[in-house]
Design a protein around this ligand. Structure first.
Ligand code: GH3
Ligand code: MG
Length: 323
């Protein structure tokens, strides 16, 4: 006898049949395997229960009054999780057309009455196993997807995610003709910070700054990213210059108030940021890199003007770099 693993045993089976006797037989047989069981006596009830409890498998009678099994299976496919959850049709119909119909509406397998119990048990076990493996794989893929877009040190978006999002929002703002703002931050005298306090302290400092920036942005569409070594970027879709400058000033002052000691800084006793801000309403088919170049230029101006400050994009900067 093949025994089920603990996670298979905890699996929830939804039994849908209008005949109480069949439901009871199925329940008893599958409870013996260790599954949890929930019953529905018609298609309508099955759809409600499915949405509430998200079962791991549905055993579905084909012939029922009102919504029959075929219709119920069709409707299940459109519910959340419906396309992934296996549906095993159980029916007295054996004709070619019924079998074809069952698979056409999304059933993954088909068992005929009278039920051959050992076969049913094996099929249920195999389908649950496949479903759960699939679920784990999808969760692992989601985690992998998250990992490739997150910076390992600071746990905010990485450069790759930044560029992806910047292109996406640049194009969206071009379609909607709304302003996109970009904030570029660079830690002041960070090389001497590392030299003074060590690389590990430098890493912790970057983590604190990332957290502070992340906590400062509020709108769901805003994205904070680690742009490079000690450079951070914030993308602000549908945000005009005033709003972006205000946020940049807030970031600057939040980092100041972290009060991370930096005795080798030439502008403060604490770690500070220099920040450049750019805002543009993108032209259709223009290159998103333009806004990065402009923000970088503004950042350079913040550095040369004495650091620990915000410099917004201005026309002069754009003239110098030729946009
Ligand atoms: P400025 O005020 O002009 O920006 O000077 P700076 O010293 O900050 O700039 P510079 O580009 O000379 O040095 C940046 C330093 O940031 C050098 C590099 O070792 C450090 N750095 C970059 N990435 C990391 C990191 O992940 N961890 C740590 N600890 N340091 C990093
Ligand atoms: Mg720096």
């Amino acid at each position: 006898m093949i025994t089920n693993t603990p996670s298979e045993c905890q699996a929830l089976v939804l039994i849908v049949d209008d005949e109480p006797f069949i439901r009871k037989q199925l329940r008893l047989s599958l409870e013996r395997e260790g599954y949890r069981i929930v019953e529905a006596q018609d298609g309508r009830e099955a759809l409600v229960v499915f949405q509430q409890l998200h079962p791991d498998i549905v055993l579905l009678d084909a012939i029922m009054p009102d919504i029959d099994g075929f219709e119920c299976c069709t409707q299940l496919q459109s519910l959340e999780g419906g396309q992934h959850t296996p549906v095993l049709m159980i029916t007295g119909l054996e004709d070619q057309e019924s079998v074809d119909r069952a698979f056409a509406v999304g059933a993954i397998d088909y068992v005929t009455k009278p039920i051959h119990w050992p076969v049913l048990r094996q099929r249920v076990r195999r389908l649950i196993e496949q479903f759960q493996t699939q679920q784990k794989l999808e969760a692992a893929n989601r985690e992998l997807q998250r990992l490739v877009t997150i910076d390992g040190l600071t746990q905010i978006a990485n450069r790759r995610r930044f560029e992806e999002y910047c292109i996406q929002e640049w194009q969206r703002m071009a379609r909607e003709q709304l302003p996109l703002s970009l904030i570029l931050c660079d830690v002041d005298f960070f090389k001497s910070y590392n030299d003074t306090y060590g690389h590990q302290a430098g890493d912790r400092c970057l983590q604190e700054i990332a957290k502070a920036i992340q906590n400062t942005i509020k709108r769901p569409a805003d994205l904070a990213a680690r742009y490079g070594g000690e450079e951070f970027a914030v993308i602000l879709p549908a945000t005009a210059a005033e709003g972006a400058i205000f946020l940049a000033e807030t970031i600057c002052s939040v980092v100041r108030t972290l009060a991370i000691p930096h005795r080798k800084s030439l502008v403060s006793s604490y770690v500070t940021l220099s920040i450049g801000v750019a805002t543009e309403i993108p032209q259709p088919n223009s290159d998103f890199q333009t806004i990065i170049v402009v923000a970088d230029r503004a950042l350079y101006e913040a550095k040369t003007a004495g650091r620990d400050r915000v410099k917004p994009y201005n026309k002069q900067s754009t003239a110098i770099i030729g946009f």
